[in-house]
Structure formats: structure tokens, C-alpha cells
Design a protein around this ligand. Structure first.
Ligand SMILES: C[S@@+](CC[C@H](N)C(=O)[O-])C[C@H]1O[C@@H](n2cnc3c(N)ncnc32)[C@H](O)[C@@H]1O
Length: 243
């Protein structure tokens, strides 16, 4: 979806918990707003605030699934710099289902003509470079589940904004949510309680996080939801479609 239409849909939603004193600089904000992608400004600022609010005692890096051209990475990368962390950005950079030709969110100029497939990595790299964040933002180019299989480091913040289909979204939750450290944050994008506003899977994994007993909702802004990991075991939950 375009940033402007998502902005409109976010309506008057208020970015809760944002301290203007810790918000990104005007320059960073300008770059993030100019970056191609799908995160409305209010939600980007809320994400930044959520990332900055993790207590220093909660060790570990931040990680996002789904970077596209780097918009959310700029907000989170700035938060990483401010909090002395590193942000890992997991994306195969071939686009989600809805970014493919014939789908609503396809951007033809992002296709690598030689390969015949989308390639958002050069745009991501350029956005991170221009924002001066290369030392704190690390691209991990690959399939989310493949990376997760070998990932063991607890996370101070996990942002899920990868594939929005049923299987990719639930797989991202199942693979990555257990890795959020107690006191850390789980942020999920495109959570729409009303099916008329958007697809179900991000809303479903938000529900699974709450039902696991291991996460408590902290704040919401537009379609962004932020939860805190509690210091209790995560109860496994089934996908809604599984009886
Ligand atoms: C909605 S976009 C991310 C938008 C980005 N967070 C922003 O701020 O603009 C989803 C991204 O997830 C990536 N993606 C989808 N499924 C994936 C998977 N299984 N593994 C890795 N990346 C995936 C796509 O390549 C796409 O760039």
C-alpha cells in the first residue's frame, strides 16, 4: 500500500508513548518519510519510540522482518544508534506476494530486468547509506524462516512486517516471537481488527501473541501494535485455521 493511503487510514491515531525529546532528528525523519515503503510517519515515530523505550538491561539487538526499501529500517536504525544497539534487517528483497506483477502493490521499476524479479536491496542499501546508519543497520538477505532456523540471540525488539499471507505471517510469528527477550518488544505491522481494513494474518498473530500469555499489549498507532515480552514461558498456540 502507498504511504499516503496508509497515512489516511491511520487517521487520527495517536502515537502513544512518544517522548519528543527522544524522537528522530528532523533530518532522519525527512529521509525516512522520503524512503519508499509502506510505513506511515506516525507509525514510524511510534516504532522509534517503542524501540527507544526498551530498558538498557534488556540485552540484545533489534531485528525486523521485511525491510523493502528501508523505510522502517531508518526509524529503527536511528533508535538502535540512540540505544547502543544494532538492527538486523531480514528480507530476501524479492518482494512479498502483493508486490509481484499483477498485484496491487507492484512497483515495476523495482524489477531487476536481468533477473526478471524484484530487487529492493539496492534501494535499501542506498537509504541506509544516505542516512548514515551503515554502522548500526545490518542487512541479512534471505528467507526469514531459513535465517530463524540458525538464529539464537535474544532480541530487544522484533518488528514483524514481512509476508502478510497466512503462511508467511504465522511462520514469522512461530519462528521469531520466542526469541524476544523478557522486557523486550514485539511490534507487528498491518494489524487490522476490522477485516474491511486489511488482511487477517497480522491480526491473527497479534492475537496469538496475547494468547501465549508471554506478551502484554503496550500501545497501538494506526495499524502498528507494540507488545512487551513478559518473563514467563511462551505457551504454544495454534494457527486459527488449524482445528
Ligand atoms: C511490507 S514490505 C516491508 C515494508 C517495510 N517494513 C517498510 O517500512 O516499508 C514486506 C517485505 O517483506 C519481504 N518478505 C516477504 N516474505 C519474506 C520472507 N519469507 N522472508 C524474507 N523476506 C520476506 C518482502 O521482500 C518485502 O520487502
Amino acid at each position: 500500500m502507498s504511504s499516503s493511503s496508509a497515512d489516511a487510514r491511520a487517521g487520527a491515531a495517536r502515537p502513544a508513548g512518544i517522548d519528543p525529546a527522544t524522537g528522530p532528528s528532523a533530518e532522519l525523519r525527512r529521509r525516512a518519510e522520503a524512503a519508499r515503503g509502506f510505513l506511515p510517519t506516525e507509525e514510524g515515530l511510534a516504532l522509534h519510540g517503542a524501540a527507544c523505550s526498551v530498558r538498557a538491561e534488556v540485552l540484545g539487538p533489534m531485528l525486523e522482518i521485511g525491510s523493502y526499501c528501508g523505510k522502517s529500517a531508518l526509524y529503527l536504525g536511528d533508535a538502535a544508534r540512540r540505544t547502543g544497539r544494532v538492527l538486523f534487517c531480514v528480507d530476501h528483497h524479492r518482494g512479498s506476494e502483493e508486490n509481484q506483477p499483477g498485484w496491487e502493490w507492484h512497483e515495476p521499476d523495482l524489477v531487476d530486468a536481468a533477473v526478471g524479479r524484484l530487487d529492493t536491496l539496492p534501494h535499501f542499501r542506498r537509504a541506509v547509506y544516505d542516512a548514515g546508519l551503515e554502522d548500526v543497520v545490518v542487512a541479512v538477505v534471505g528467507e526469514s524462516a531459513t535465517v530463524a532456523r540458525w538464529w539464537t540471540t535474544p532480541l530487544a525488539l522484533l518488528f514483524i512486517d514481512g509476508g502478510h499471507g497466512e503462511d508467511p505471517a504465522h511462520r514469522d510469528y512461530e519462528c521469531w516471537a520466542p526469541l524476544v527477550a523478557p522486557g523486550g518488544r514485539l511490534a507487528i505491522h498491518d494489524v487490522f481488527p476490522d477485516p474491511a481494513d486489511g488482511g487477517r494474518p497480522p491480526f491473527e498473530i497479534f492475537g496469538r501473541a496475547l494468547a501465549s500469555g508471554a506478551f502484554a499489549e503496550l500501545e497501538g498507532c494506526g495499524s502498528l501494535r507494540v507488545l512487551q515480552r513478559l518473563d514467563v514461558p511462551l505457551r504454544p498456540t495454534a494457527r486459527p485455521s488449524v482445528p
